[in-house]
Design a protein around this ligand. Structure first.
Ligand code: GLA
Length: 739
């Protein structure tokens, strides 16, 4: 064990307490092991082994990441790679764990700095390490300057490893950080890898993209400051040359925890080394550290499985439920909510909301949420943002009477807020025009007639915290849908010296996290939904502080199947909010009510329809569906997901969920379009006990054969055949394991 001085120990303790980009508590993994004879650290968890070592040049070198290894004797000490001598100077080809930009390195570094004296060379070497419980911290230091990096590793029992780096300036001059990545993930050398990632747009988020990895760098990123982004989500999966399927094959996968400007680079070097780095976006990045100051990167989580993309998702989902989401183990099932946005838009008032609440309660809804339009002069998106008091014309007696009625109806009450934003036409902006982000004297883009408050400023942060604190306390509000409908543009912070203005990219997000953390600490029963123009703020950073996420503003049942399929690659269905809304919707398509219900029931169910327009038949169907959802939601929200048919390929979508205790399973099937004389598709079930018997309970009469009871073996090998009729037909089957 290396010697550690007192300052180092104190810093280590501080780091363990403060993993600032992820808020959840530690989970116990297998303790890391140090093999002193070979200078290797071995991190084992679930199906995974990860090995890192120090080579003969004292560089920290990646050694192994893949399936679990059992024999330490198989592990060889790290040894640097031969330099590429074809050019001068000789280039570094060693697979380093955390390369600084310095020496002859031509690949993506994990860190880059400029010192006050102009030096931009950074060569990091191993200095010492510490193991405490399941945490390993490796201490690196520049060869010449007192610039430290503490690399923190924590292996979860699921095999998901967390990497995070803290950069500390111990010199006597300012050191400006220009790149700070959590670390590099290196795959076994070779080519033929394939990258999967999630991309899209507003109204079409988290769509799965797959492409071969070629030499060069592929960049996944957000440059949007406020948001993780609707256009790219910080998740990746890489499968090997043999290609993985849902249930087979090697997959390395990961997710970055940062709800602002992030980057993940996927690079194949000339040595056929695939390297994935991730952290703060380096675009426009500059973070000066005064002597003694530190900067911690976002956390980057990654895992490995040989069980295909399905198992990769299931590992992530379990990990999120146990180690990321707030209240692990004690979280209650996600309640069925009603949200009035699509019904009333900005036209909200007490009588109208009470009428909707009464109808929602009849259906079995458990939480009633008023969306936009309840506050300030908010009759449209053009005014009122920033003035978080009930509109006196719409709610002459405040929200109290509505909330009382909602509670009397047996539901809890939630409110939409967008606290980081301001309309120029608002009392807040008139009082504090200097609180917004922008460059003085320059044109300033508005989007949705709004500007972004500069949360990086402490006075703005305190204002936003106290507004929410008062709002939540006054009427004992239990749920906030926290929205953010525009992202950074002209990202100026004029009150700070020029050299410090770009700290905005980091400080905005850390202060945003701090507000939520403080609010939750003060109001422990408060639940929060993360939203940014739909699914623009979904990542492991915000999910460690919120209970659910708005998946997309697009609530069309058919489009949702692809959006939700992509979402489920990275995130547990527990957090995936899905509403049943009216048709035709955004894209003029009409799907049957059952189809919309079943699509929404594959995540956390909400109703967003205008109940004033529903027929008695609609109410009857909805009541039945909500009762059905309540009987299966533990399985959907806490169970294992098997994607049986993909909406991207087959014209048929089928998903199956299996309860954590194996006692229940539920299957959902959806047909896109009827094809004349097409045979009924067979859906082979997964995740069941082959030797157990299951009672088969379909919700309708679409099963071709319907034995009352069948073995798990029959369900997996013979499968269920669905006779779907017509465009957008759907069905669901509940399976209960017999004792
Ligand atoms: C965003 C959200 C919607 C809704 C509106 C209200 O677009 O994603 O769900 O809350 O704002 O203005």
């Amino acid at each position: 064990m290396s010697a550690m001085n007192a300052a180092m120990r104190a810093l280590f303790a501080f780091l363990l307490l403060l993993a600032p980009t992820v808020a959840s508590a530690a989970t116990d993994g297998t303790p890391p092991r140090y093999l002193a004879d070979r200078r290797l650290w071995v991190l084992d968890g679930g199906p995974v082994t990860y090995v890192v070592g120090v080579n003969e040049r004292d560089e920290l070198q990646h050694v192994y990441w893949g399936g679990r290894l059992w024999r330490d004797a198989d592990l060889r000490a790290a040894h640097s790679m031969p330099a590429d001598d074809s050019t001068e100077p000789s280039t570094t080809t060693t697979p380093e764990e955390f390369p600084g930009w310095g020496g002859a390195r031509y690949f993506e570094p994990c860190m880059k700095v400029t010192r006050e004296d102009g030096v931009r060379d950074l060569v990091l070497k191993y200095s010492s390490y510490e193991i405490a419980g399941s945490d390993l911290v490796i201490h690196m230091k520049d060869v010449a300057a007192d610039i430290d990096v503490l690399l923190s590793y924590r292996m979860d029992p699921s095999g998901i490893l967390r990497k995070q780096a803290t950069i500390r300036n111990r010199t006597k001059q300012v050191v400006t950080v220009e790149s700070a990545q959590a670390g590099a993930w290196l795959l076994p050398p070779g080519d033929g890898y394939c990258l999967s990632y999630l991309a899209g747009r507003w109204g079409g988020e988290t769509l799965l993209v797959r492409e071969e990895i070629h030499p060069g760098v592929k960049l996944l990123e957000s440059r949007r400051g406020v948001a993780t982004s609707n256009t790219m989500n910080p998740w990746f999966a890489i499968d090997g040359r043999e290609r993985a399927t849902e249930e087979h094959g090697r997959v390395w996968f990961g997710a970055l925890a940062w709800s602002g400007s992030w980057r993940i680079s996927v690079e194949q070097t000339p040595e056929q080394q695939v390297r994935v780095t991730g952290g703060f976006n380096t675009f426009d990045f500059s973070y000066p550290l005064k002597p003694g100051e530190a900067l911690t990167t976002p956390a980057f989580f990654a895992g490995y499985t040989d069980g295909g993309f399905g198992e990769a998702s299931r590992i992530l989902h379990r990990f999120e439920r146990t180690a990321i989401l707030p209240r692990p183990g004690t979280a209650r099932p996600r309640p069925v909510l009603y949200n009035s946005w699509e019904a009333t838009g900005f036209d909200v008032n007490e009588a109208g909301q009470v009428a909707l609440a009464e109808k929602a309660a009849r259906l079995g809804v458990e939480r009633f949420v008023i969306d936009d339009g309840w506050f300030g002069a908010r009759d449209s998106s053009r005014a009122g943002l920033g003035d978080w008091t009930p509109n006196p014309k719409k709610f002459p007696n405040g929200l109290g009477p509505l909330i009382a009625r909602v509670r009397q109806l047996g539901m809890d009450f939630g409110l939409w807020v967008e606290p980081e934003m301001v309309n120029p036409d608002s009392d807040l902006y008139r009082a504090h025009p200097d609180w917004v982000i922008g460059f003085p004297g320059r044109p300033r883009s508005e989007s949705r007639s709004q500007l972004v408050l500069n949360l990086a400023r402490d006075d703005v942060k305190e204002h936003v915290f106290s507004v929410l604190d008062v709002l939540v306390a006054k009427d004992d509000i239990r749920f906030l849908k926290w929205d953010a409908n525009r992202h950074f543009s002209e990202p100026g912070w004029p009150e700070r010296p020029v050299a410090e203005q770009r700290m905005l990219w980091v400080k905005y997000t850390t202060n945003y996290y701090e507000i939520i953390d403080r609010l939750r600490a003060k109001h422990p029963s408060l639940e929060i939904e993360s939203c940014s123009s739909g699914g623009g703020r979904v990542d492991l950073g915000i999910l460690s502080r919120t209970d659910q996420a708005w998946t997309s503003d697009n609530t069309d049942g058919f489009d949702r199947l692809s959006i939700q399929d992509g979402f489920s690659r990275a995130y547990t269905p527990r957090v995936m909010m899905a509403w049943v809304t009216d048709v035709p919707n955004m894209n003029e398509r009409s799907t049957p009510l059952q189809y919309r219900f079943l699509a929404a029931m594959m995540g956390s169910l909400g109703i967003g329809a205008n109940l004033n327009r529903w027929s008695e038949q609609d109410f009857a169907m909805a009541s039945r569906m909500i009762a059905y959802y309540k009987s299966i939601r533990a399985t959907v929200q806490e169970g294992d997901l098997y994607r049986l048919f993909s909406p991207r390929e087959d014209g048929l979508t089928a998903n199956q969920y299996v309860a954590a205790d194996g006692k229940q399973s539920v299957v959902f099937v959806f047909q896109q379009a009827q094809q004349f004389n097409r045979p009924a598709p067979t859906v082979y079930l997964s995740g069941l006990d082959e030797n157990a018997l299951y009672r088969i309970q379909p919700i309708d009469d679409k099963l071709l054969e319907r034995p009352p009871v069948a073995s798990g073996g029959w369900l997996a090998q013979h499968g269920l055949r669905f006779r779907l009729r017509g465009d957008f037909d759907s069905s669901s089957v509940l399976l209960e394991k017999l004792p």
